[in-house]
Ligand binder design. Structure first.
Ligand code: NAD
Length: 246
């Protein structure tokens, strides 16, 4: 039997990259996947959802009504959710002293505040089922920092803080809370970096080969599966540095 048969999963940022790969792997493992992304990514999102017999949901996670819309949808169509993967994320990289307040706010809103608000709303309405899984997509930058990524590194360190704070609180409900911390993975996000920056960043990966979205997706799938039921409050590095940070 497939490990996630009968489970409902919500994957944010599922139109491309790591989110798309995660949606595909969770579906392969038997989950019914609700694929969420911004309206501007609607065509790609629909293609992903169609390919895996999932559902496409267009929501901007930074909108004030995002948690309510997600709750309404999960309640009406699925009577709850088992697996939540907070994957959507953005960068607005700027060297120290040049970052605007807007760039700081935007990255914190999407990468850190949205996962907190969405999870809290699901818990408030008791939509996260017993035996559930909350999985944050952090980054090696949230552990080791990264030059020019103050807002991004802070947001990802924040995601790690959420996971560590929530894990003991939700343990009584049989819900595990973990994060993955990818190193450099080949996606549109890293393709947008200048080549020299990307190469320098890639050398920070512990593994010699470039990381692929599926590498992260398979780790998320394990954290989503019954097999990882004894694991909570942890951060699993994927391709990342092994010698930096706690
Ligand atoms: P990506 O830019 O290719 O995909 C991100 C997706 O999130 C996009 O489809 C985008 O439309 C969506 N998104 C952005 N803002 C949103 C919002 N407000 N509401 C809903 N959806 C939104 O990025 P990726 O490389 O696949 O990264 C996915 C996650 O992995 C991010 O959280 C990123 O920070 C993290 N990460 C990536 C790397 C890497 O090297 N690529 C490394 C570490 C961590």
């Amino acid at each position: 039997a497939r490990p996630l048969a009968g489970r409902v999963a919500l994957v944010t940022g599922a139109a491309r990259g790591i989110g798309e790969a995660t949606a595909r792997v969770l579906a392969r493992d038997g989950a019914r996947v609700v694929c969420l992304d911004i309206p501007a990514a609607g065509d790609d999102l629909a293609a992903v959802a169609n390919a895996i017999a999932g559902e496409a949901v267009q929501v901007d996670l930074s909108a004030a009504d995002a948690p309510e819309r997600i709750n309404d949808l999960l309640a009406a169509r699925h009577d709850g959710v088992d697996i939540v993967v907070h994957n959507a994320g953005i960068t607005r990289d700027r060297t120290l002293g040049r970052m605007t307040a807007e760039e700081w706010d935007r990255v914190i809103a999407v990468n850190l505040t949205a996962p907190e608000r969405v999870t809290r709303a699901l818990l408030d309405e008791k939509l996260l089922r017993t035996g559930g899984r909350v999985i944050g997509v952090a980054s090696i930058a949230g552990i080791a920092g990264n030059r020019g990524q103050t807002n991004y590194a802070a947001s990802k360190a924040g995601v790690i803080g959420l996971v560590r704070a929530w894990a003991p609180l939700l343990a009584g409900s049989g819900i595990t809370v973990n994060a993955v911390a990818p190193g450099v993975i080949e996606t549109a996000m890293t393709a947008a970096m200048p080549a020299m920056v990307r190469e320098a960043a890639r050398r920070m990966n512990s593994l010699a080969q470039a990381g692929l979205p599926v590498d992260v997706a398979e780790t998320v799938a394990w954290l989503a599966a019954p097999a990882s039921g004894g694991v909570t409050g942890t951060v699993v590095r994927v391709c990342g540095q092994s010698l930096v940070g706690a």
